[in-house]
Design a protein around this ligand. Sequence first.
Ligand code: ADP
Ligand code: MG
Length: 208
Amino acid sequence: MTLGPAELAAMIEAVARRISTERVALNRLDAALGDGDHGTNVSAAFNSAVEAIAALNQPSASDVWLAAAKAVMNSMGGASGAIFGSFFLKGVPVLRGKDSVNKRDLEAVLEAGLKGVKARGKAGVGDKTMVDALAPAVTAFAGADDFTEGFSSAAEAARKGADSTRDLIARHGRAKYLGGRAIGHIDPGAMTVAILFEAIDKWSREAW
Ligand code: ADP
Ligand code: MG
């Protein structure tokens, strides 16, 4: 089983649709910890990635990822723009020259993306950011035998990681300034990552 450029595009489209649906809920999470714009930022970013990909002519896998990286970085205000942009950008060289992407390839793409996020934002697990969902999701995907198991265990791990941010104090981003008052609220970026993997999992079971 492999993913071609069309499947990668469809995957990103599924994510964009689900994030748009959750836009208001994500803004509400960010209103508790930040400035209330996270849902608007990420839904605009992923929708513009979908548009940019749709405008490509016979793209390769790396073209799809590069278009997403550029669109996300250009569209999004906020810290999460640069950080999600780094996620896609670091996957581009991993995909270069590949017509289709097997499970190991996607694993490498996710690992490179996580590295990019960590390098860009300097956050680690436990700092109450999207890394708390992304890191366990990438580990879970890497530990699975195939795409199907990988997507479902990544979704589960991301959701658990997002939930874990409720009890944390933030060490990065706007929520840092809240100190102990951040406790009791889930980090919006971590929730976005959970939603992203859930959307991919659902897409892979229904459409692929
Ligand atoms: P802003 O905080 O600039 O308004 P958003 O609201 O779109 O940007 O995104 C906030 C999210 O960005 C946070 O919930 C967190 O998950 C993520 N984030 C913020 N700073 C960092 C960082 N240094 N590393 C990783 N993720 C971060
Ligand atoms: Mg915000």
